[in-house]
Write a protein that binds this ligand. Structure first.
Ligand code: HEM
Length: 228
């Protein structure tokens, strides 16, 4: 039996700022889902003393992570459109190509590989766009809820636009309900996202998860001179 040696090239996929944004989003989403569900269903019995406000502390934590998410959502939108490295924007080429969709869907069904023009496959790109829009929606509705909890400072500044959005959405209760419903989009997304990231790495033998930690992915090296 001969032993084959496979050479790999190391490619930088995600810059440090993109990786930091990814993990800050991951952390804030997990914290927001947990604290958000507690706000919706405060199951701990309130202590007799009125100066121990469990709900208030949990809401404060929710808002701190909420503001982290607002900052990262804005930074991430800026980076998507204006970063020098266009590895994300290059994927748009695949999104508008029916052939790229077809090869990608075939690859998901274990038929062949699906090389991308950029960092993502077309379905992956559309899903990430969708979750970014959902994050934007949660930031807007979250800030509306915030303006109704804190009336001074930033809350006061946000009061007028919040009142307008509240009216557009049909009342504060509706804002709160949609903020709650869309939470489920994040739970479903995170489960599928983690599964797919691990599956892609195993199926196509590359560093799909590591690239969002170290920034690098490894691909089989094709030596042009040897025509491999
Ligand atoms: C992925 C992001 C987020 C998730 C999953 C999430 C989840 C939730 C949930 C489940 C609730 C309870 C709703 C209910 O009462 O049924 C809630 C309430 C709330 N959220 Fe969020 N949230 C997110 C982002 C944000 C952001 C960005 C902000 C603002 C900066 C924010 C501010 C608030 C406020 C102020 C409340 C209401 C607190 C209250 O009624 O006392 N949330 N959130």
């Amino acid at each position: 039996m001969t032993k084959e040696t496979m050479l790999y090239t190391r490619d930088l996929i995600f810059s440090a700022i993109i990786r930091v944004c990814h993990w800050l989003r991951a952390l804030s989403i997990v914290a927001l889902v947990i604290t958000g569900f507690y706000i919706a269903w405060p199951f701990l019995v309130a202590p007799q003393s009125s100066d121990v406000l469990v709900q208030g502390w949990i809401r404060m934590a929710h808002e701190i992570f909420g503001f982290i998410l607002v900052a990262v959502t804005l930074a991430r939108a800026y980076l998507f459109f204006f970063s020098k490295n266009n590895i994300e924007r290059r994927s748009i080429k695949d999104v508008i190509s029916p052939k790229a969709w077809f090869t990608q869907l075939k690859a998901y069904l274990w038929m062949g590989k699906a090389p991308h023009s950029g960092a993502y496959g077309p379905l992956q790109f559309v899903t990430y766009m969708g979750i970014s829009v959902a994050a934007f929606f949660m930031c807007v509705t979250g800030l509306v809820l915030y303006a109704n909890v804190y009336h001074l400072g930033l809350g006061g500044l946000l009061w007028e636009p919040s009142a307008w959005i509240t009216q557009m959405m049909g009342g504060l209760a509706v804002v709160r309900l949609w903020h709650h419903y869309i939470t489920w989009v994040f739970i479903i997304f995170v489960l599928i996202h983690v599964y797919m990231a691990v599956w892609m790495g195993i199926r196509f033998k590359h560093n799909s998860v590591d690239s969002i930690v170290s920034g690098y992915d490894y691909h089989p090296h094709h030596d042009e001179h040897e025509g491999k």
